[in-house]
Design a protein around this ligand. Structure first.
Ligand SMILES: Nc1ncnc2c1ncn2[C@@H]1O[C@H](COP(=O)(O)OP(=O)(O)OP(=O)(O)O)[C@@H](O)[C@H]1O
Ligand SMILES: [Mg+2]
Length: 377
């Protein structure tokens, strides 16, 4: 077993022994080698993957635009932002020695998933928390992009009228003629007409904009109003391995639709004082949906986000979360870094914007942890 840092990645350890200029520009944080090399599992690691000079950035492109064998090795040496690495590993040496992750539990090794020969049926994951600004959209984009890097076919569903997921993938919601709203409300509307391919190979998007807010009202009078999204996604299930739904910050009818369509829920929790407030209401809602609408639904995990281990506060909150939810808390913890807001402006996932940053590595580890949980079933 490999000795890992608190994110489960050697990356943090490598920061501890090397020195970098703290003022490195985003462009400077790139893979060093420009030649492809072989990773542990035999995949080619394309070190050019993080090169942002390509002209497909922020645009929607065909899959063919990106080179084949576009795999990353999450255990490769990274040159991450040292300041960010410090937020996750104030005592990297101890954590590596004792193999303890930031949740205070022994850190398992999440293997690199093997390639798939065929795809589907999709597992549907709802990214849900009625509290705003906890990292739902950020986690949807980056978990999706990391799963896609591992060769999984991924569909992201923007189920928030704010359209933040669409914006985060470089789409202007105001310019869209067809959105997930049309798919929900218009009988006979084919998903293909609404689907957009993203610049990330293997990852598609069902975009949304403010039109979706009307659905919440219009659905009230529909028959089986809670399962409208489930019906709309059904024809797409065979084409994807994972469908991730970015919910809006409410427990209204749209979120209930997402929970009814989903097999699993991921609850991002920001590591700050009021994090646990409202979680009881959320778990109650999940249980109600389980009982009445979707017996298959289960809580896959609680994802701690915006963690900064340099603050006692962040560590205390995380400890409380682990106390309350125990094994439901993912070993992977997402640290706080300005890199994430930057990616929203850039309109792309962190896995391509700053491919070898610790933030990207953390979401890759989350993808491996999610896959490991799915395979353990
Ligand atoms: N790990 C992180 N570190 C720092 N900033 C982050 C992190 N994750 C997300 N952010 C930033 O926090 C803000 C809120 O994140 P995000 O939009 O993902 O949350 P959300 O739960 O989807 O919000 P909403 O409830 O409004 O939909 C964004 O500006 C995002 O860039
Ligand atoms: Mg959001």
């Amino acid at each position: 077993m490999r000795v890992q840092g608190p994110t489960g990645l050697d990356a943090v350890g490598s920061v501890a022994v090397r020195t970098f200029a703290a003022h490195q520009s985003p462009q400077a944080i790139r893979p060093r080698a420009k030649t492809a090399h072989q990773s542990m599992d035999g995949h080619h690691v394309n070190a050019m993957a993080g090169d942002r000079s390509g002209d497909n950035r922020g645009h929607f492109a065909d899959y063919d635009d990106l080179p084949e064998g576009h795999f990353y090795d999450p255990d490769a040496e990274y040159e991450p932002d040292p300041e960010y690495a410090a937020t996750l590993a104030p005592d990297a040496a101890r954590q590596r020695r004792e193999r303890v992750g930031p949740t205070g539990r022994p850190l398992p090794y999440f293997p690199i998933p093997g390639p798939l020969t065929d795809h589907g049926p999709a597992k549907i994951i709802a990214m849900c928390n009625q509290k705003g600004g906890v990292g739902k959209t950020t986690s949807t984009i980056n978990l999706g992009a990391a799963l896609a890097e591992y060769g999984r076919r991924v569909l992201l569903v923007d189920f928030d009228p704010q359209g933040a997921l669409s914006v985060g993938l470089g789409v202007n919601p105001m310019e869209l003629d067809l959105t997930v709203y049309n798919l929900l409300m218009e009988r006979g509307m084919a998903a293909d007409e609404v689907l957009l391919k993203t610049a990330v190979p293997n990852m598609d998007l069902l975009p949304s904009n403010i039109d979706l807010s009307a659905a919440e009202v219009q659905l009230v009078s529909e028959v089986a109003r809670e399962s409208t999204l489930q019906r709309a996604l059904k024809p797409l299930m065979a084409d994807y391995d994972y469908i991730v739904i970015d919910c809006q910050p409410s427990l209204g009818l749209l979120t209930v639709n997402a929970l009814t369509a989903a097999h699993k829920v991921i609850v991002p929790l920001e590591c700050e004082f009021f994090a646990l407030r409202g979680v009881a209401l959320l778990t109650e809602t999940i249980e109600k949906v389980q009982e009445r609408l979707n017996p298959e639904l289960e809580l896959d995990g609680i994802l701690a986000t915006m963690y900064d281990s340099r603050t006692v506060h962040s560590r205390e909150v995380l400890a409380r979360v682990v106390e309350a939810f125990d094994d439901h808390v993912y070993h992977t913890v997402i640290g706080r870094t300005v890199r994430f807001p930057e990616t929203t402006v850039a309109g792309e996932p962190i896995t391509t914007y700053a491919s070898n940053s610790v933030g990207a590595a953390a979401y890759r580890q989350l993808a491996r942890e999610v896959l490991a949980r799915c395979h353990a079933e």
